[in-house]
Design a protein around this ligand. Structure first.
Ligand code: MG
Ligand code: MG
Length: 266
């Protein structure tokens, strides 16, 4: 993402982190509602409407709607779409993979996380891409501690993705999160070990590996939003919100509401 807040990292107090956990959990529950509905024949637009109403029912507001001119509550990216897909009337089909990215604002703070869902049964190759991308997310999170530097996060993600012969998207990155959706620092999904700023307590970031089955190269569609892979091969995206507390990462968001519905963690 490109609009960052004054090149300064805004470290949060434990009180702020508590509110940010509530904001993140609004998104977590919304993604749990998405999990209940997503299947062949369902349209992205119907999920978007549900998510909008659900977030309002949680005393929160949609985080993306209206921001940078975003027309929707969810960003829904199917198959070769990497991120920033705008919800359409085109129904999901058996075998699709669908990244659903959702933002919330709760008591002035943003939540922002994402899950790539399988629609029905997907091929073993695509299933492997999803598994590896989710592993990349948690490997990145593990690095989020005060003994490390920022690029250790991207280094861990990149190593695991490339070991599996997948492409790591360079043009889009994770980000700081707080009273604005995109703050410093940028959190690339690639990097060199031991480089970048020292990680400090109170850091709040969104880590979001975007991993492609083929080339790392992406392009933007004519709608000026949807990012797709250049070679048309599938892409996966998982995102969590993290705070660094007492030296270690705390995951503020959760996929548990999704797992309650789909019955497993893959
Ligand atoms: Mg997101
Ligand atoms: Mg994000």
């Amino acid at each position: 993402m490109s609009l960052f807040n004054k090149y300064m990292i805004l470290y949060k107090t434990k009180e702020e982190i508590k509110i940010m956990r509530d904001a993140a959990q609004v998104v977590s529950r919304t993604l749990g509602e998405v999990a209940k509905l997503i299947k062949p024949g369902v349209t992205p637009l119907s999920l978007d409407k549900m998510a909008h109403d659900y977030i309002l029912s949680q005393d929160a507001k949609p985080g993306f709607l209206g921001l940078y001119g975003c027309p929707s509550t969810l960003l829904i990216s199917v198959n070769e779409q990497v991120v920033h897909g705008l919800p359409t009337e085109r129904p999901f089909e058996e075998g699709d993979i669908v990244s659903v990215d959702c933002g919330s604002v709760y008591k002035g703070y943003y939540g922002d996380h994402a899950y790539t869902f399988k629609v029905g049964k997907v091929s073993p190759e695509v299933s492997h891409l999803l598994k590896v991308t989710k592993e990349c997310l948690y490997l990145g999170i593990e690095q989020c501690k005060t003994s490390n530097r920022m690029e250790d996060i991207g280094y861990a993600i990149q190593q695991h993705a490339e070991k599996n012969k997948f492409g790591v998207v360079r043009d889009l990155v994770g980000h700081g999160l707080g009273k604005t959706l995109h703050e410093e620092p940028q959190v690339p999904n690639f990097g060199r070990r031991g480089r970048g700023k020292k990680i400090q307590n109170g850091l709040t970031i969104a880590i979001e590996p975007m991993i492609n089955m083929g080339t790392e190269k992406v392009r933007t569609l004519e709608d000026d939003w949807t990012i797709v892979t250049e070679d048309g091969l599938p892409s996966a995206h998982f995102e969590h919100n993290i705070a660094v507390v007492d030296g270690d990462p705390e995951i503020l968001s959760t996929f548990d509401y999704i797992y309650d519905v789909i019955g497993s963690d893959d």
